[in-house]
Write a protein that binds this ligand. Sequence first.
Ligand code: SF4
Length: 283
Amino acid sequence: MSRAAPGLARDLPWVGARDPWAVLVSEVMLQQTPAARVAGPWRAFLDLYPTPAALAAAPLSEVLTAWRGLGYHRRARDLQRAAVALVERHDGRVPESVEALRALAGVGEYTARAVAAFAFGARVAVVDTNVARVLARAVAGRPLAAREAREEAAALLGRRDPRRFNQAMIDLGAVFCAARPRCASCPLARVCAWRAAGGEDPAPASAHVTRRQAPFAGSDRQWRGRAIERLRHGPATAAEMHRHLAGLEPARRRRVLEGLVADGLVTKAREGFALAGAPRVAR
Ligand code: SF4
């Protein structure tokens, strides 16, 4: 069961998933983590939290532990907030409309459209960084603003099957029309506007196209992950935490810890630090 065009489908476990909760979880994980690193945690997370109600009832500390390996931990917090909203406002189900999905914590335009299209088969086009490159290069041959890209994608979708169309566009961008395009083997090579016209690559100047991320090594993201990893093993005194982050100068160490507290991921008390989270909804 594949959502992709024949010959393009990548072997990713969420391709073909129809359970809206499983699709929502995969899309949130894929927001900032490469697909290859999401597969294992996605299955394990769904084993632990097979429904929004199960996630809503879990302590955040447990959820953060289940998020291991994915980084950007605010997504775990937001996904749990979304699960609480699903229990409280949607009878424990993921809603179908893009508007209702967008109202959930951590769900932006792309994620809402992806869930609507892939889980429910809604007639909406999704534009992620992969699709944005294909649209700018193959279709327009020029940089596209966000609204233009959505309009181009919607026009192409037309009456096609939304699941197959959207997955095929994503796979085209991921497999062939990557940051460094593989035009020689691309199935769109003969109709590609940019390949025909030449000139400067229109993708980097287009909306939705991911800019190069700052290096992970030595970043605050890396140190935040290190602090959370320590607290997955239990609370720590302030002195222990500062020793654990000893590679950082004291001011930055404090900034990392205070940032985690401000984000609601870690609690700070007189006795030290701990992962945040009592159950939000009674089991
Ligand atoms: S021919 Fe090259 S630039 Fe055009 S869509 Fe394919 S990979 Fe992208």
